[in-house]
Write a protein that binds this ligand. Structure first.
Ligand code: ZN
Length: 438
């Protein structure tokens, strides 16, 4: 009797518990540790794409591994962009949209990405993390409150002398592990999945050359975000202003009554910012826009100040331009002999302007995170992404989390759970697109 009962109970269990997925050939963690060892630092103003030859090393490796995982249409473009397609396994793949995923190969020029020595802090039990090879580099709980959610996790950091390169090799490792998982588990139903790995994201790379049509995605996601659950469908709207101060130069020995030194006016202009422009990078966070004089030139005849204007609201940019003009007017009154000119150019627009018409992109991503046991929330990005440029070109592309923290610095970190849960979310996401379509 007992045996029969056990048997029946086992049968019920088999019926209720879904079949376990076969693991990928290589875990997200192992892939990640392998990719961060490859130095792919990009460079500003190289005048070519990719900006550094070494980015090809990772591009060629990914090309090879994509082919091994059964991807089709694998190619590396002249600019160093790796394109591939994972064919769908539905009866009719044309019934659901082809979904694209993008991660970038380069790391920031801000901090060295050579000889990265990734350290795994196993079974983290709380407290600050001191990086071993430069003990002044400390990941503090105070500055990283999310650490308290990582108790028991394996935290991955660099050794204190370089960045980690989680931005964005985590995105690459997660996508490759997703592809690996799909290959091992044909029972996971999905439509066509387009993959791209881009160079030079950190230096405003070749997204104007991105082959949207040849790639074939109707919608896409960048996998380049930060902590678990962060999904972004909003970026800055961005403008860059240049204020030019024109004086009059002459030999200083015979300058009396003639010389007009433009640099005093430029200095006066800048000195008024703390009082007249309260919203600056150092004083704002969250949804608050800012005005940021960030570079300039100084000369007797001509001085210039370049200023970043950043706002989530396009109308807000116009208000910021007015605020700068009020500062100019104040300086002009003090220096009537200096001619002050103002000009500005539009950089990019908040992707929300386009994405608001495609709410399913973020809805499905939130659902995918939920199925992976991650609580998702929408967080605007105080910057631009490859996706903001693709969205502006007509390919709606929000941004998904990777589990990473503290990008572009020596305190960068990710974790085993960060990599695994992000991968799991991606696997669910392609399934949801196959289930729901549109
Ligand atoms: Zn990034």
């Amino acid at each position: 009797m007992k045996i029969i009962f056990t048997l029946i109970f086992s049968l019920i269990l088999v019926a209720v518990v879904p079949a376990q997925l076969k693991p990928p050939i290589e875990s997200a963690m192992d892939r990640f540790l392998r990719y961060v060892k490859i130095d792919t630092q990009s460079a500003e103003d190289a005048g070519k794409w990719p900006s550094t030859e070494k980015q090809y090393v990772l591009a060629r490796l990914l090309e090879k591994e994509l082919k091994e995982l059964g991807a089709t249409k694998v190619r590396v473009s002249e600019e160093g962009i790796v394109y591939a397609m994972i064919p769908g396994n539905l009866a009719d793949n044309s019934k659901v949209p082809t979904i694209g995923f993008i991660a970038h190969m380069d790391t920031s020029p801000a901090v060295s990405g050579a000889n990265i020595n990734a350290i795994i802090h196993k079974n983290y039990q709380g407290g600050d993390i001191v990086l071993p090879n430069d003990k002044t580099q400390v990941i503090t709980v105070k500055q990283n409150p999310n650490l308290k959610n990582l108790i028991g996790d394996d935290i991955i950091t660099a050794d204190g002398t370089t960045l980690l390169g989680s931005d964005d090799k985590a995105g690459i490792a997660e996508l490759m592990t997703m592809i690996d998982t799909l290959k091992q588990n044909p029972s996971i139903k999905h439509g066509n999945v387009a993959i791209a790995f881009t160079p030079d994201e950190e230096v405003g790379g070749p997204m104007d050359k991105f082959d949207i049509e040849g790639w074939g995605a109707k919608f896409a996601y960048t996998v380049d975000g930060e902590q678990l659950g962060d999904i972004s469908n909003e970026t800055w709207s961005a403008r860059t202003a240049t204020v030019t101060f024109r004086g009059k130069s002459t030999h200083p020995g015979t300058a009396k009554g003639i010389m007009v030194n433009s640099s005093y006016a430029a200095g006066d202009f800048l000195s008024r910012f703390p009082a007249m422009i309260p919203n600056r990078p150092e004083t704002t966070a969250g949804r608050g826009g800012f005005i940021h004089p960030y570079v300039g030139t100084m000369d007797v005849e001509t001085s210039t100040v370049k200023i970043l204007l950043r706002n989530f609201d396009i109308a807000g940019l116009a208000g910021q331009e007015k605020a700068i003009k009020r500062v100019i007017a104040a300086t002009q009154r003090k220096y009537p002999n200096v001619k002050i000119e103002y000009g500005s150019v539009l950089g990019y627009l908040n992707m929300k302007e386009v994405l608001k018409d495609y709410p399913q992109l973020t809805d499905y991503a939130i659902e995918a995170a939920k199925r992976a046991g991650v609580t998702a929330s929408l967080r605007p990005i105080r910057g631009g992404t490859d996706g903001s440029r693709l969205t502006a070109r007509g390919l709606p592309t929000p941004n998904l989390f990777t589990g990473g923290h503290n990008f572009h610095g020596k305190l960068e970190f990710n974790s085993r759970k960060g990599l695994e849960k992000s991968t799991e979310t991606l696997v669910h996401l392609v399934q949801i697109w196959a289930e729901k379509g549109k």
